[in-house]
Design a protein around this ligand. Structure first.
Ligand SMILES: [Zn+2]
Length: 63
């Protein structure tokens, strides 16, 4: 089982790259058992999609 710290790291990485099968499984498993990470994940993808929307014309300045 991943720690919350590892889960958070994967959550931010999954927005930038495709996670490996094992990473994805570990993250899904953790999130299904950990409410705080489930919430964090939701917020992260919300914030990310909001940012993408705002910067839709300038996606290359991602970093
Ligand atoms: Zn957690």
């Amino acid at each position: 089982m991943l720690s919350c710290k590892e889960a958070n790291r994967l959550m931010s990485q999954e927005l930038d790259r495709k996670l490996s099968w094992g990473e994805n499984l570990g993250l899904k498993f953790h999130v299904s058992l950990c409410d705080s990470c489930a919430n964090a994940r939701q917020q992260m993808s919300f914030v990310r999609s909001a940012c993408k929307h705002i910067f839709a014309l300038d996606e290359k300045s991602d970093q």
